[in-house]
Write a protein that binds this ligand. Sequence first.
Ligand code: ATR
Length: 292
Amino acid sequence: MSDPFRQPIDASTRYCAVFGHPIKHSASPAMQNAGMAALGLNWRYLACEVAPDNLRQAIDGAKRMGFVGLNLTVPHKLLAVEMVDALDDSAKTWGAVNTIRFEPDRDGVVRSHGFNTDAEAITRSLNDDLGVELRGANVLLLGAGGAGRVAALKLADAAVGELHLVNRTEAKAAALAEEIRTRRPGVQVSVGYPRTAVDLVLNATSLGLRVEDALPFAAEKFFLRQTRAAYDMVYRPAETPFLQAASAAGCRTANGLGMLLYQGAKALEIWSGQPAPVEIMRRALMENVYGH
Ligand code: ATR
């Protein structure tokens, strides 16, 4: 994509960055710079390769250099919880920080404030991109790893009616089910495939990232005709075999690009205090990820 900024970098330009390890394939610079340019900000968004051992110094360096804020991606989100001066409720709830805002106080002392915008992005994408009404919904969730756990807890917070959890390592699904029973007793949670129809199947496993991957569910235990909508957290490729099969079965489908978009849009709102230009950011993201 061409440079979205009309104004060149000058001595007043301020910076945000994403720190990750690895970081080379991050689509966040394209998305965030398009958003910052559209808001008319003299800001730029960088991507920096930061090893976990250097994270604390890198955050401190950005703070001392007057950065507006940071995003953190794999493997830094949990580590950063201990490295910021204050935690927003979102970061406390999820035990992970993906966004930092640097805030000068009245005496000019800068403090780092950690947020989590990932969890909210899951439900926003399911609502906005797939049109699923989560309250009372019957959901099959595939995967109980890091992403699956946050998705399950967030779905429970959104007051889904029934949650069916399936994971290759069943013990992890069982432990997650127990956590939800404690946290949200109103949600009916069970481990295993549903026998009846569901409103949504959500893939939170990593299956689909590679061409040789199997489908994320057991085709003899669950039929895609049992669901009205299918969501794949995988967004590269744009249409995984799971989403292709779901489309062929007549389901509405969406991929996880929306999650990336909404976590970024929320981060830009936290930094700028303005509504993010979501559609401009979506277009920049799609151009970066899919080339169109
Ligand atoms: P993430 O943070 O992306 O969720 P993760 O915590 O490593 O990464 O979780 C990966 C998820 O994909 C898990 O649900 C994992 O199942 P296990 O808990 O049994 O490991 C699932 N997964 C990965 N490879 C898989 C495979 N070949 N078959 C089935 N599930 C797989």
